[in-house]
Design a protein around this ligand. Sequence first.
Ligand SMILES: NC(=O)c1ccc[n+]([C@@H]2O[C@H](COP(=O)([O-])OP(=O)(O)OC[C@H]3O[C@@H](n4cnc5c(N)ncnc54)[C@H](OP(=O)(O)O)[C@@H]3O)[C@@H](O)[C@H]2O)c1
Length: 281
Amino acid sequence: MQERGFVLTAAGVKMPRLIYSTAWKKERTTDLVLRAVQAGFRGIDTACQPRHYAEDGVGKALQILQQQGVQRETLYIQTKFTPASGQDPNTIPYDKKSPLAEQVEQSFARSQHNLKTDYVDSLLLHTPLFPFSHLLSVWQAMEKIYKSNNARQLGISNCYDLDVLKRLYGEAEVKPAVVQNRFYDETGYDTELRQWCSEHSIIYQSFWSLTANPHILGSETLVTLARKHRKTEAQIFFAFLMAIGIVPLTGTTSDAHMREDLELFNITLSSNEITSIQKLL
Ligand SMILES: NC(=O)c1ccc[n+]([C@@H]2O[C@H](COP(=O)([O-])OP(=O)(O)OC[C@H]3O[C@@H](n4cnc5c(N)ncnc54)[C@H](OP(=O)(O)O)[C@@H]3O)[C@@H](O)[C@H]2O)c1
């Protein structure tokens, strides 16, 4: 990926502006991660949540890539601590009876084992916990991992309540550098939350960007722009997201879509075009 394909986060981490994400890939995970990196992706997102992610499959791909000469340091690896409420009760990758801080430690040790790496570039809390004191206990355990240099930055996912994010930011010693959220109409596309993130140098990563927005992809605006730029509607929408500072996740399983996604860096939308898409949100 070219240099313009990266953004420097508040924590000083070089994050790809488009990330390959691995939910629901099961036994295809290793092959798909290999194909994504060989196509040019440099960011991989996973989670220590066997219900939805084969984190060990990502680790296998990293090992093969290393043998092929792709060094670990050239990749951005992001994983998550998933609270017990988000796990399949039969496959929880830690002892759910342990105190929360120990659950985080055990989960992260499993991630290191699965991913065959000592450090991750980004460790996210998969979903906020309630009451806030529980969230803070988990965050402080994540801070410990950060301070031991095993996670280069911290973040949170599925955080749609700006007050929760503000409180976390206020009380955390290590501030969140990333928010990863579903990008959809139901939350008003997180407009206020994204504005606050940008004012606090927090990178907003989007998922469900295509899945949740067929009405935008099929709109006259997108169809016209796609024709004009000789790109697909999906490419135009991803290019728009990147133009407004969002780092989209893509979980495509198609080689053609991987190639199309990586062409995004060659699409320049004018400010009028960006405004016309913004009006659809
Ligand atoms: N943090 C969380 O809680 C959370 C929750 C859910 C998902 N995620 C992550 O977010 C990632 C993205 O998920 P997503 O739901 O947004 O969907 P997605 O997996 O990126 O793809 C959605 C659909 O769009 C198609 N597609 C992908 N790229 C395309 C392109 N360039 N042109 C046309 N079609 C394209 C895909 O088909 P093809 O496979 O044929 O390309 C798929 O049918 C997931 O892989 C997952 O890891 C995170």
